[in-house]
Ligand binder design. Structure first.
Ligand code: ZN
Length: 118
C-alpha cells in the first residue's frame, strides 16, 4: 500500500516537472522571438536615424561634429558618459502626476508630456 502511494506521488512529481519544463521552454521561445523583434526594431530605428542625420547634414542643418557634440551632451545629461540616457519619471505639465519619461502623453489626463511653453 505504501509502495503504491509512493509510486503515485513520484508519478505526480514527474508530471509536474515535465509541465514546468514545458512552460520554461515556451517562455524561452517567447523571449527569444521578442528579442529578435526588438533587434529588428532597433535596426530600423538606427537606419532611420542615420538617414535623417545624413539628410540634415547634406542640407547644411548641422555638421557631423555638431551631431557628435549633441549626442555627447545628451549622453552626459544623466551625469554619465555611457552611451545611455536614463530618463527619470517626471510630473505631467497639466495634472502634475508622475509619468514615465518615455510616454508622449500623460497616462492619467492625456495631456502632452512636452511642455508647450518655451
Ligand atoms: Zn496629466
Amino acid at each position: 500500500m505504501y509502495g503504491l502511494f509512493w509510486e503515485l506521488s513520484q508519478q505526480r512529481r514527474i508530471w509536474e516537472a515535465e509541465m514546468a519544463a514545458g512552460d520554461a521552454k515556451a517562455d524561452a521561445r517567447y523571449a527569444n522571438s521578442r528579442a529578435i523583434e526588438l533587434e529588428r526594431a532597433v535596426e530600423t530605428l538606427v537606419m532611420i536615424n542615420m538617414a535623417m542625420a545624413k539628410l540634415l547634414h547634406e542640407r547644411g542643418v548641422f555638421s557631423e561634429q555638431e551631431l557628435e557634440t549633441k549626442v555627447r551632451e545628451i549622453d552626459l545629461s544623466d551625469g554619465k558618459l555611457d552611451g545611455k540616457v536614463r530618463l527619470d519619471p517626471k510630473p505631467c505639465p497639466q495634472c502634475k502626476r508622475i509619468v514615465a519619461a518615455r510616454r508622449a502623453r500623460c497616462l492619467y489626463c492625456g495631456a502632452s508630456m512636452y511642455d508647450a511653453r518655451p
